[in-house]
Design a protein around this ligand. Structure first.
Ligand code: 4NP
Length: 166
């Protein structure tokens, strides 16, 4: 609830494995929403099934923790048919996964499908590069980039909710 605006916002972040980028996005979004007073349900999922049930990658856990965000309670899951009706927004971390999301979208799915960085002025269409095969610096870069996107989405969702209320 923000300034009396009761929004029905639910966000699902989607990457490939759901152990690196989308868990960081879920944690970062939860923290940013709390800071901004935005009430929203947030989860994450992968387009692939490789890591179902796994905790986020230890490097993702470490970088989130360094920024005061605990993502250890997350467990990877795969995107489901039901997600297209449950969430108001499904936000992919890169274009390949946005295409994967689109390919699975039911005709009457209600979720709005977007790319994380489309909310950031000057970064529209850009991916959050996959840090999985990279080093700690790649996770640092991913965390910063994800936070740019998440902050822009929180601002956009607050604006849209406020606009709806007037
Ligand atoms: P994510 O990173 O999509 O950001 O979770 C990856 C994690 C695992 C794999 C690929 C990407 N994998 O090939 O196992």
């Amino acid at each position: 609830m923000l300034g009396g605006v009761d929004q029905d916002i639910s966000v699902l972040f989607v990457c490939l494995g759901n152990i690196c980028r989308s868990p960081m996005a879920e944690g970062a979004f939860r923290a940013a929403a709390a800071r901004s007073g935005l009430t929203a349900c947030v989860e994450s999922a992968g387009t692939a099934s490789y890591h179902i049930g796994h905790q986020p990658d230890p490097r993702a856990i470490a970088i989130a923790s360094r920024h005061g965000v605990d993502i250890t309670g997350q467990a990877a899951r795969q995107l489901t048919h039901h997600d297209f009706y449950r969430f108001s927004h499904i936000i992919a971390l890169d274009r390949a996964n946005l295409e994967g999301v689109r390919a699975r979208a039911p005709r009457d799915g209600t979720a709005q499908l977007s790319l994380l960085l489309d909310a950031v002025e000057g970064l529209q269409g850009e991916p959050v590069p996959d840090p999985y095969h990279g080093d700690v610096a790649a996770f640092e870069t991913a965390w910063s980039t994800i936070n740019l996107g998440v902050d822009a989405w929180v601002a956009r969702l607050i604006r849209e909710g406020t606009d709806l209320a007037v």
